[in-house]
Write a protein that binds this ligand. Structure first.
Ligand SMILES: Nc1ncnc2c1ncn2[C@@H]1O[C@H](COP(=O)(O)OP(=O)(O)O)[C@@H](O)[C@H]1O
Ligand SMILES: [Mg+2]
Length: 358
């Protein structure tokens, strides 16, 4: 999607895939380097092909940023921000330093530290692997003390971050872009529903009062500015009775911002391109929109018949071109744009539910 935005503006794209041949990004880019993120020769080739480096995934080897910086390239967002977002402990410290609220948390590197964390925080808690988690992978909720040993056995091979469970009304995200001149533009506030820890649907604007909406966008802008970000940042938050609590961040475009492709004059991908190549940012305001994710579960028996989707104007299908469908794997999404967020969400939800294999 960044590739489409880049081509539209006359840029060429090289992609390092992490290993896959014939990857979805490679199908769009002029140059596909099918190699691991830790492959030094591949990184050298990427750097030689490029004028500027950006990311659409944060669990990459930090060496890429160093190699690019040493070769005199701009790396946007910087390797320092990528490293922060890779590690939940570093992330929470950097969020606190930026002056935003996070859930009470402790670090645990042994079973006895996990016990102490539970003692200090009180139950329930969520234990999360400090590194390489996504879509709820590497996480466990602890409701009872008797579960601690088992959770440590399952997750404790690496450092954990243990968090109090936040009793939230809803989950939100704000996607914000910041240019190298310090200009900051958001896309408004997304309201997100997760199923089995995977983003299932997004509706915008979030169904919140105007003060809370402003508070949410201000939090995202603050993090972007305090961290000196150049690029796009998604800030996931919990809307709790006592205020907004930041859950985690991703220094790249995010699923919850997919609706910006149709809902905004400047999508999150175009905004990333603009920030990264040094153009001024665009107008990020969104019309009301709703998005539902299409997971591999829908494709296990074959490709769904999309004709009900095509029959509706204002509904847009996106398929990512992943070759293999697996349960829980994000294969595409549907977006509806219009006037009433509730109506739009009902519409895409019903459409998805009615999909059947041809
Ligand atoms: N401290 C918490 N309190 C309540 N729910 C949480 C907490 N942390 C995570 N969750 C739930 O689990 C989901 C996934 O957790 P998250 O930290 O965002 O990990 P991931 O990297 O897998 O997205 C969140 O979107 C939220 O629904
Ligand atoms: Mg998350």
């Amino acid at each position: 999607m960044l590739g489409y935005a880049a081509h539209q503006h006359g840029y060429r794209v090289a992609v390092l895939t992490g290993g896959d041949n014939d990857s979805p990004a490679g199908a769009v880019a002029e140059v596909e380097i099918a190699a691991g993120f830790d492959d030094e020769d591949a990184v050298k080739r990427l750097v030689a092909e490029s004028d500027v480096i950006t990311w659409e995934f944060e669990n990459v080897d930090a060496g890429i940023a160093d190699a690019a910086t040493n070769a005199g390239l701009e790396v946007r967002p910087s390797g320092r921000i990528i490293a922060t977002a890779q590690d939940r402990r570093a992330e929470k410290e950097a969020l606190t330093a930026a002056g935003v609220a996070v859930a009470p948390w402790r670090s645990a590197e042994s079973e006895s530290e996990l016990v102490s964390a539970v003692n200090e925080l009180g139950l329930p808690v969520i234990a999360k692997a400090a590194r390489f988690g996504y879509d709820g992978k590497g996480q466990a909720r602890i409701e009872r003390r008797a579960e601690i040993a088992d959770v440590w056995r399952r997750l404790g091979a690496q450092r954990l971050v243990v968090e109090s469970v936040v009793a939230f009304e809803r989950e939100l995200s704000v996607i914000v872009a910041r240019s190298h001149s310090g200009e900051v533009v958001d896309h408004g506030v997304m309201e997100n529903r997760h199923v089995d820890h995977i983003l299932d649907s997004t509706v915008t604007p979030a169904r919140l009062n105007p003060e809370r909406l402003n508070e949410a966008t201000a939090i995202a802008a603050r993090i972007a500015s305090e961290w000196g970000l150049v690029g796009v940042l998604c800030v996931e938050m919990f809307d709790a009775a006592h205020g907004l609590v930041v859950n985690e961040v991703a220094p790249r475009p995010h699923n919850s911002g997919h609706c910006t492709i149709e809902a905004s004059p400047t999508s999150q991908f175009e905004q990333q391109l603009r920030a990264v190549v040094g153009m001024p940012l665009g107008d990020g305001r969104c019309r009301p929109a709703a998005m539902v994710q299409l997971l591999g579960d829908l494709f296990l028996e074959g490709c769904p018949d999309w004709s009900p989707v095509f029959a509706q104007s204002g509904v847009h299908l996106h398929l990512y071109g992943k070759h293999e469908a697996r349960r829980g794997r994000k294969m595409g999404h549907l977006t509806a744009v219009g006037d009433d967020p509730d109506v739009l969400l009902d519409r895409v939800t019903a459409l998805r539910q009615a999909l059947t294999v041809r």
